[in-house]
Write a protein that binds this ligand. Structure first.
Ligand code: DGT
Ligand code: CA
Length: 606
């Protein structure tokens, strides 16, 4: 039983998320390409700090941009000998790419790192600091980290340097605050696959017994600061040595048998802790957090005269629990609380009253509510989408291409829409396991009307409406646009309702309580967009929607075939939003979902 719980949550990450052997390939492709691009970017920055030739610097920067924008695996291009066909990549850079792919690093980069401390690159993210200024700070004041930089500003040592001044000093301090806020948090979808890869490697190549990811990653928070990994092992020194030798590791920050901290090539920090098997559950609970949840748990323990920490639960000197998380929770009178709920948002009260939700499971998701095909700006054919869905064990996919007016995204003209409808019908006859649903992501125009006429919308089985333009409108305008769409009798759902893009774009001004009110009144669904940078609705809005009985539909918004694998990220948001199976339309079978779509239209007509 105890093992089951630990395994269950390992499996959430390692198995349920990774349904096919190629699962998360897209992330891995992204990371591979990103890793190569990252090295080039760092080389460019280090050369800049050194004061190297600007043309040389620009060449590395351009190459990094090209590689980052690639949608194919750079290793594949290297194998096919196509690297030199890429813009800005000549024989020299192609050779360097191959070196990185072969060795995991670049000798030029390793040499530069010996000359210039890597942390200086962080300084370049501070708006008022360019490479020349960073060079001065390093050479004149010997500053090599953010704390020293902050201290030097506060002691007014910076203003006196040539080329600096009072204003620069002030700006640097402001920049440091911004940097700290922004830095450190990465989208879960970017970090989770790294954590999984590391866990798999350590399981395979080092003597670990238990191993699990903890912290915000285990809670599936939308962004995470670092990777927390917990291990039990009788040979901790061997495990820790292996940790430092992982190809993904850039720098060892601290080495020890119980705790080792490293920085990965992508810049994120990873803390690995080896704990005693007897404390496994207590440590897992403690390091999973959240801190706010832990504090409440500790208070409950104290009320019962118990002490709880990362080693166990104690009555006086006696240890009464610690081996498993379930045992730890039980010792203070609580049932097991799923990590996604551990935010001190009422889960402790619910647990005490026996009212914890039975969260929707990853394997209860049967379909994807939002996929783009070649009919608009997607890159996959309907046939490829069916094949991929089958591999992932899904039974239906809603093909929701953009509507006619959205020319930049290959919006589907009306005549093609009917070709698509026929194509889907033909494929569905031949495909017993996976059914496609004829859908459209219909643009809500700036006046709130929709981008296809009603007689066309009526032919589309699933209409999900969305805002793609006019983000700068007032809150009232945007809210009214969405409300008009929700009230339209042929619309079933609203896609990515707030428009936010994590780390890139704030939500547009929208009055969410009003949207929820109207969606609830009209029985319309809201999307949990599962694309790793959207996750829109977020956990908080998802919960608000669930509480109002609004149906939720998870859609990956995939434009590339492997992006279908983002689906579990949407399920994670649903779980963090306290959703149960009944709240999520994706748990319906194809027939049930089609029936729901029809029923909603019939109700709307009345
Ligand atoms: P992050 O890393 O900002 O995405 O979020 P977490 O939750 O992973 O935070 P992190 O890595 O600082 O710490 C991991 C867990 O360790 C955290 O969720 C709860 C636990 N923890 C850390 N510091 C404290 C503390 O001061 N008190 C308590 N009770 N728990 C703590
Ligand atoms: Ca963490």
């Amino acid at each position: 039983m105890e093992e089951n719980v630990v395994n269950l949550f390992n499996k959430c990450i390692l198995l349920n998320l990774v349904k096919s052997e190629k699962a998360y390939k897209i992330f891995k492709i992204r990371m591979k390409n990103k890793e190569v691009a990252e090295i080039f970017n760092k080389v460019a920055a280090l050369l800049e700090i050194k004061g190297d030739n600007p043309y040389r610097i620009r060449a590395y920067q351009k190459a990094a941009q090209t590689i980052e924008a690639l949608t194919t695996d750079i290793e594949e291009l290297a194998r096919q000998g196509k690297l030199e066909k890429l813009p800005g990549i000549g024989a020299d850079l192609a050779g360097k790419i191959k070196e990185i792919l072969r060795t995991g690093t670049l000798s030029l980069y390793e040499e530069l790192k010996k000359e210039i401390p890597l942390v200086l690159l962080d300084f370049l993210e501070i708006p008022s600091l360019g490479p020349k200024k960073v060079k001065v700070l390093y050479e004149k004041l010997g500053i090599t980290n953010i704390e020293e930089l902050e201290k030097a500003c506060k002691e007014h040592k910076i203003a006196k340097l040539p080329g600096f001044g009072w204003k620069t000093e002030e700006n640097i301090l402001k920049g440091i605050a911004l940097f700290r806020e922004k830095r450190g948090r990465r989208p879960l979808g970017e970090v989770l696959p790294l954590a999984e890869e590391i866990i798999e490697t350590l399981k395979r190549e080092s003597p670990v017994e238990n191993i699990a990811v903890a912290g915000s990653i285990r809670r599936k928070k939308e962004t995470v600061k670092d990777i927390d990994i917990l291990i039990t092992s009788v040979q901790p020194e061997k495990v820790m040595k292996k940790v430092t030798e992982l190809p993904l590791v850039e720098e060892v920050i601290a080495f020890g048998e119980t705790k080792t901290s490293v920085r990965l090539r992508t810049g994120i920090q990873m803390d690995v802790r080896v704990v005693e098997p007897d404390s496994w559950g207590a440590a897992l609970a403690y390091f999973t957090g959240s801190k706010a949840h832990n504090i409440r748990v500790r208070e409950l323990a104290l009320e019962k005269g118990l002490k709880i920490n990362e080693y166990g639960v104690f009555r006086g000197e006696e240890k009464i629990a610690g081996k498993t998380e379930e045992e730890v929770y039980a010792s203070i009178g609580l049932p097991f609380i799923p990590p996604e709920l551990r935010e001190d948002r009422g889960e402790i009260e619910a647990a005490l009253q026996g009212k914890l939700p039975k969260l929707v499971e990853y394997n209860e998701i049967l379909g994807d509510g939002h996929v783009h095909s070649k009919y608009s700006d997607g890159t996959a054919s309907l046939e490829e989408i069916i094949a991929k869905a089958e591999k992932m064990g899904l039974s239906w996919i809603a093909i929701c291409d953009h509507s006619q007016g959205l020319k930049v995204a290959g919006g589907v003209p009306i005549e093609d829409l009917f070709k698509k409808k026929k194509h889907i019908e033909e494929l569905n006859k031949k495909s017993p396991k996976v059914k496609l649903i004829f859908g459209a992501e219909v643009d809500i125009l700036s006046d709130g009307t929709l981008d296809y006429p009603d007689e066309v919308l009526a032919e589309i089985d699933f209409v999900i409406a969305a805002i793609h333009t006019g983000f700068q409108q007032t809150e009232e305008q945007i809210t009214n646009r969405i409300i008009s769409a929700l009230k339209h009798p042929l619309v079933h759902a609203i896609a990515h309702p707030t428009g936010r893009v994590i780390g890139e774009r704030e939500p547009y001004a929208v009055n969410m309580p009003k949207i929820l009110e109207v969606a609830s009144e009209y029985g319309k669904a809201l999307e949990i967009n599962a694309y790793y940078k959207r996750l829109d609705l977020d956990d908080i809005n998802t919960r608000a929607a669930k509480e109002r009985g609004i149906p939720l539909i998870i859609g990956t918004d995939a434009h590339f075939i492997d992006q279908l694998e983002y689906l579990p990220l949407g399920t994670a948001v649903a779980r963090r939003g306290w959703c149960e199976k009944k709240d999520i339309l994706n748990t319906l079978t194809y027939e049930e979902f089609m029936a729901w779509l029809k029923k909603l239209r019939n109700l709307s007509k009345k």
